[in-house]
Design a protein around this ligand. Structure first.
Ligand SMILES: [Zn+2]
Length: 157
């Protein structure tokens, strides 16, 4: 063995509670979902693209954004992944049961991709171009975060 000192090891659990601000438009986005079950996007005054979730700046144009627009709760699957690898869900701190499907969804009325779960795990039943609709938690259970959207369900082929 090489000439190394034996290190002392301590093991145990460490609580690291924290709060993270989602910002002005992020707050509006989650409030709108919690209170009205509706998505908000934001339109860029230069390129006219509607981005969801809303943010302060259009990345490609560097324009300040302030025109919030209502969006549909439906969209189109642009890509998806059926995930079979277990890992700790950062939103819950618990292992997410596998398999599950992560979808890249273009919400109607927007120009970018919104990522969320799709409630279909049989990849032979999912196709790019299918329409999906958001399924929200019961109003009494809404917390004002991304998990207020339970998943997107496929509504047409
Ligand atoms: Zn823009």
């Amino acid at each position: 063995m090489e000439n190394r000192e034996l290190l002392t090891l301590n093991s145990g659990d460490l609580a690291m509670p924290y709060e993270w601000s989602v910002g002005l438009y992020g707050s509006r986005f989650f409030q709108e979902i919690r209170e009205k079950r509706r998505f908000l996007g934001i339109r860029c005054p230069k390129c006219q693209k509607v981005l969801v979730p809303p943010r302060r700046i259009c990345g490609p144009c560097f324009q300040k954004l302030d025109e919030l627009v209502e969006l549909s709760d439906q969209g189109t699957i642009k890509a998806f992944s059926v995930v079979n690898y277990p890992f700790i869900d950062p939103a819950t701190g618990k292992q997410r049961p596998i398999p599950y499907t992560y979808g890249y969804i273009n919400l109607d009325g927007s120009d970018n991709i919104f990522s969320h779960l799709i409630n279909e795990i049989d990849e032979s039943k999912i196709k790019v171009g299918m329409k999906v609709k958001a399924v929200f938690k019961d109003p009494a259970d809404m917390e004002g975060n991304i998990q207020d959207i339970r998943y997107f369900e496929i509504v047409s082929k």
